[in-house]
Design a protein around this ligand. Structure first.
Ligand SMILES: *Cc1c(COP(=O)(O)O)cnc(C)c1O
Length: 380
C-alpha cells in the first residue's frame, strides 16, 4: 500500500539513515522538534542551546578561551544582556569602564535603573580607578581591553585579582583581541564575552555572540539566556564554525598587517595621533605586550584635519570601505562619531577623546602594501 501524496510530501526520503553519512564537517540539524524519549534523555530544542550544531560551535569557542562551558547566541548584545541579567538582580551594583561597546553602554544607561540595578562608569584604566568605584553591593565589574576606538589597555590580571579580593565577579568583552591573542580566563577573569559577528566569524556575514565561563557561573547565565531567547540559528552556527577554522590564520595576518600599517601612518604628516597598542609610545604598550601574544588588527587615527576634510579624505578610499563593524577579512574604516559613539553627546565625546577627525580602521587580510597605498593616496 503506497502512501498518498500528502503523506509522501512529508515522509518520502526523509529517513534517519541519510543523517549517518560520515562527512568531515558538522551536520546542520535544522529540526526544531526532536523525538523523546531518546537515548540521551534530553529535551532537545534550539532555544535550549543544545542542538549538536550549536554545541560544536560553543565547544570550539570554549576550548579556544580555555573555559569549561561555552554558549553561542544570536548577537554579541544577546551575550552581554544574558550575562548581566543572569548575574545581577534588583539592589545590586555593577561597575563598567567607559570604553565598553556603545551598545553595552546604552543598555546599561537605559535599562538598569528600570530594573533597580545601580551602576558606576569608570573613565581611567588603572586598577585604582576600578577599585574606587566598588561599593558594598557591587556584584560585577565589566570591561574590555583593548577598548573601542582608542585602544586603551587595561591590566586584566591586576583588575581581576583586585575584584576577586573584593568579592566581585569580572566580565570581560574580548571581542577586539579574539581568543587567539588573549585569554582573559587564564588571567583570572570570571566570564568572557564575544561579539562573534567580528573576528570569530570573520567574514562580515553572520551576526552572533558567545559566552565562556565555568560550569557553575554558566548556570544562571544559561537560565537567563533561555528566557531571553537569543538563540543562534543552526545555519548561522555552521557558518560561525567554518569561520572559526581560519581564526588563527586571519588574526595573525591582521595583526602583522596592522603593525605595518601603523608604522606607515606614524610617518604620514596628515596623521596627528595614532592609537595602536603595538607602538612603543602607546600608554598601554607594556601591559599589552605582557597579556597579548600580538597587538591585533585595530588601529585608530586622529587626522590633522577638520571634520569636512576628514570626511572627504575617507570618501577617497578605494580599497578600504567606509562601513560599520570590524574583524572581517576586508579592511574597513569608520568615524566613531557617526557609528559607535553617535548616541553620546558632543560634550561627552570630547571628554573621552572621540574627535570629529578620528577614524577607526579594521585591518583585513589583504596584501598590506595595497592597504597602505590606498590610505596614502586618500590622505594626500
Ligand atoms: C560589535 C560589538 C558588540 C555587540 O555585538 P553584536 O554582535 O553587534 O550584537 C559587543 N562588544 C564589542 C566590543 C563589539 O565590537
Amino acid at each position: 500500500m503506497s502512501a498518498k501524496k500528502a503523506t509522501q510530501c512529508v515522509h518520502a526520503g526523509s529517513d534517519q539513515a541519510a543523517q549517518a553519512v560520515p562527512g568531515v564537517t558538522t551536520p546542520i540539524y535544522t529540526s526544531t522538534s526532536f523525538r523523546y524519549p531518546n537515548e540521551a534523555g534530553e529535551v532537545y530544542y534550539p532555544r535550549y542551546y543544545n542542538i549538536p550544531t550549536q554545541q560544536v560551535a560553543a565547544s570550539k569557542i570554549a576550548q579556544l578561551e580555555n573555559g569549561e562551558a561555552g554558549l553561542v547566541l544570536s548577537s554579541g548584545m544577546a551575550a552581554v544582556v544574558s550575562t548581566l541579567f543572569g548575574l545581577l538582580r534588583a539592589g545590586d551594583h555593577a561597575v563598567f569602564h567607559s570604553g565598553i561597546y556603545g551598545g553595552s553602554r546604552s543598555f546599561v544607561d537605559e535599562r538598569f535603573s528600570r530594573c533597580a540595578i545601580e551602576h558606576a562608569l569608570v573613565y581611567g584604566t588603572d586598577v585604582a580607578d576600578f577599585e574606587a568605584a566598588i561599593r558594598d553591593n557591587t556584584k560585577v565589574l565589566f570591561f574590555e581591553s583593548p577598548t573601542n576606538p582608542l585602544l586603551q589597555v587595561v591590566d586584566i590580571a591586576k583588575v581581576a585579582e583586585m575584584a576577586r579580593s573584593r568579592g566581585v565577579l569580572t566580565v570581560m568583552d574580548n571581542t577586539f583581541a579574539s581568543p587567539i591573542l588573549q585569554n582573559p580566563l587564564d588571567l583570572g577573569v570570571d566570564v568572557v564575552i564575544h561579539s562573534g559577528t567580528k573576528y570569530l566569524n570573520g567574514h562580515s556575514d553572520v551576526n552572533c555572540g558567545a559566552i565562556v565561563t565555568s560550569n557553575e557561573l554558566m548556570q544562571p547565565i544559561m537560565d537567563c539566556a533561555v528566557s531571553l531567547g537569543g538563540t543562534l540559528d543552526v545555519r548561522a552556527c555552521y557558518l560561525l564554525e567554518r569561520g572559526l577554522k581560519t581564526l588563527a590564520l586571519r588574526v595573525e595576518r591582521q595583526s602583522a598587517n596592522a603593525a605595518r600599517f601603523a608604522a606607515a601612518m606614524v610617518a604620514n604628516p596628515r596623521v596627528r595621533t595614532i592609537f595602536y597598542p603595538g607602538l612603543s609610545d602607546h600608554p598601554g604598550h607594556e601591559i599589552a605586550a605582557r597579556q597579548m601574544s600580538d597587538f591585533g588588527g585595530m588601529v585608530s587615527l586622529d587626522l590633522d584635519a577638520d571634520e569636512a576634510t576628514t570626511v572627504a579624505m575617507m570618501s577617497r578610499l578605494k580599497l578600504a570601505q567606509v562601513a560599520v563593524s570590524l574583524g572581517g577579512v576586508e579592511t574597513l574604516a569608520c568615524r566613531p562619531k557617526e557609528t559607535s559613539h553617535a548616541k553620546i553627546s558632543a560634550e561627552q565625546r570630547q571628554r573621552e577623546g572621540i574627535t570629529d577627525s578620528l577614524m577607526r580602521v579594521s585591518i583585513g587580510i589583504e596584501d598590506v602594501d595595497d592597504v597602505i597605498a590606498d590610505f596614502e593616496q586618500a590622505l594626500s
